[in-house]
Write a protein that binds this ligand. Sequence first.
Ligand SMILES: [Zn+2]
Length: 243
Amino acid sequence: MNTCNICGGTGWEFIKEGELNTARRCPACYFKKTQIKRLSSALIPSRYEHCTLASYHPQHATQKKAKQIAIRFIEEYPDINSGLFFMGTCGVGKTHLAVATMRSILDKGFSCIFYDFRELLKKLQHSYNTESELTEEEVLKPVIEKDILLLDELGAQKITSWIRDTLTYIINRRYNDNKITIITSNYMDNPVRSKEGKDEEENLTDRIGYRLRSRLNEMCKVVVMDGQDFRLNRQTALQHHEK
Ligand SMILES: [Zn+2]
């Protein structure tokens, strides 16, 4: 383990103020300590812990573009007005890129929190139980107040009036406080629909409602990600279906 070259691992830096020898908290160790705290309170699931920009290897032009957008976002944050909405089918690395972006912002010293959409709803519902350790307010506080909220898999659960009210509350609070939100969703604005014109493939508005969709449009830049493999598989599946 590396010993801190400012404080030698004591946590205190000895300095001279005029004739006086004095000590102050070591700035490097203090940053590291708060960084560890920030990281653990970001609630990144262990399966995404190792997601970094360096380990994201784009396979498709839209993925490459998405990575560039993420890099610019990180450079510019916090001088930025809108968040990012990574939209695309399974397996294109939306969550990887979103987590990597959030981690980089965290490394700049900002507070972040990760929530899977369904997990957040589950946690809120659980908070209504009398045995619950946390109240609804305590669950919502970091979701509303952290500098960055990463909401993963938006739309994964079909909307009910309770979900709509909850989501609207979170989104509006963050919007009014100019907080940046990063979102991922498997649901697209314009999904490929089958030739028969049946809406078997729901779009994002079907999943979360028109008002929320349009509010999110004001808050986030949409980044559509595509995967070549998926497209091929899909075409094969459609052809297969037509036979
Ligand atoms: Zn130190």
